[in-house]
Ligand binder design. Structure first.
Ligand code: NDP
Ligand code: OXD
Length: 308
């Protein structure tokens, strides 16, 4: 039973140690030294070259190193085996930390307070408290649901938007295209945790910003191709958006020419909101391999029709 590993920045050694601790019988190979391609039954990968997974004739499943699988589904030659999303409690925790940090930062007017400090200006900016702040989360999946849980504990007036109807404690749930407008109309701080699919690409655009209350904030940690960056800049200039925190970009790394870098009301982070930790993610991968070996359906498989 052999797994091939291809990472972006993830260190092979840490993954190898963690996976072997969870499953000592597993054999592992690095992408650049696959050995006999017929041995490979599992792939754990981030952005493999297009068509490359086809070289393994006995592949049983492809595990994504990321929660998002757009880096795999863009391959027209993807083998017809289950594609499994990364669902890791520590990745989820990391995203909830990121979302909570940036929601609280806008909620408590922290960018304005920091600007005042730079000017040695003493001016009280009092913030309302969480129950009077309307936060909306686009995407109520693994990540959106956990972020909602913590924001709910803080006391925010929360709403969420998903493809299919949902019922979550403390969250006003909206769904589908009919639910989008009323969801946006009550959202002062918009958090986007959607996957990139044909239905969501470009969704963060001028038309959507016009449906938010004047002076809303945007936090996008979903995918860069969900957003139209020119429209974000225009919405900031018109006052429709008061601030934006972006972890993901139409093209990464963000070009040095992008106006987002130096915009006074934009926070840029380099796609670091959350990532899987080998020490916590390995068990889930090993459990799924065991399920497949027993003939059971693996967990967290991608719905190829929905695209996530
Ligand atoms: P899930 O698949 O668990 O959840 C996706 C959510 O998006 C679901 O609630 C789904 O609705 C909703 N959704 C999908 N399509 C639509 C649509 N057309 N209209 C409305 N809602 C839609 O994914 P995760 O929560 O695990 O991850 C979300 C994304 O976060 C990833 O795909 C990835 O792009 C991004 N990510 C970014 C990271 C970073 O570091 N910046 C790190 C990790 C992930 P429904 O519930 O009805 O199915
Ligand atoms: C992911 C990511 O999808 O890091 O997990 O973007």
């Amino acid at each position: 039973m052999t797994l091939i590993f291809k990472s972006g920045l993830d260190p092979y050694d840490r993954w190898r140690k963690a996976l072997l601790a969870a499953m000592p019988e597993l054999k592992m190979r690095e992408w650049d030294e696959p050995g006999d391609a017929a041995d490979i039954e599992f792939a754990l990968v981030w952005k493999p070259p297009l068509g490359a997974l086809r070289q393994f004739p006995n592949l049983k499943a492809v595990f994504s190193l990321g929660a998002g699988v757009d880096h795999l589904l863009c391959d027209p030659d993807l083998p017809d085996v289950p594609v499994i999303r990364m669902v890791d409690p520590e990745l989820t925790r990391g995203m909830t930390e990121y979302v909570t940090l940036h929601v609280l930062r806008y909620h408590r007017a922290q960018p304005a307070l920091e600007a005042q400090q730079r000017d040695k200006q003493w001016r009280e900016i009092f913030s309302k408290t969480a129950p009077k702040r309307q936060v909306g989360i686009m995407g109520l999946g693994v990540l959106g649901t956990d972020a909602a849980r913590i924001l709910n504990e803080i006391g925010f007036d929360l709403a969420g938007w998903s493809r299919l109807p949902k019922n979550l404690p403390g969250v006003a749930c909206f769904s589908g295209s009919d639910g989008l407008e009323p969801f946006l109309a009550r959202t002062e701080i918009l958090v986007c945790l959607l996957p990139s699919t044909v239905s969501t690409q470009g969704i963060l655009n001028e038309d959507l910003f016009m449906k938010l209350p004047e002076g809303a904030y945007l936090i996008n940690a979903g995918r860069g191709d969900l957003q139209k960056e020119d429209d974000i800049v225009a919405a900031l200039e018109s006052g429709r958006l008061h601030g934006a925190t972006l972890d993901v970009f139409e093209s990464e790394p963000l070009s040095k020419q992008s106006p987002l870098w130096s915009h006074p009301r934009v926070t840029v982070t380099p796609h670091i909101a959350a990532y899987a930790q080998p020490w916590s993610a390995a068990k889930g991968i090993a459990d799924n391999i065991k399920r497949i070996q027993k003939g059971d359906a693996p967990l967290h498989t991608v719905d190829m029709t929905a695209g996530y």
